[in-house]
Design a protein around this ligand. Structure first.
Ligand code: CA
Length: 59
């Protein structure tokens, strides 16, 4: 299950709007020591996207 919020504003303080997503860690391969992740997907209009940024893996 993935849930994302695009209306969270600038959480990182870099002046750019952020996307906050929640994943079940066991479905992603993330482990607690991981600090960076890559997201690949497709919009509802079929446009592919890819991004990389910091992640925080919580138990
Ligand atoms: Ca930001």
């Amino acid at each position: 299950m993935v849930s994302c919020q695009s209306t969270v504003g600038d959480l990182s303080g870099d002046g750019l709007a952020d996307l906050l997503c929640y994943f079940r860690a066991e479905h992603t391969g993330f482990r607690p020591e991981h600090t960076e992740g890559m997201l690949r997907g497709r919009t509802i209009h079929g446009v592919s996207f890819e991004g990389k940024d910091a992640v925080q893996v919580s138990p």
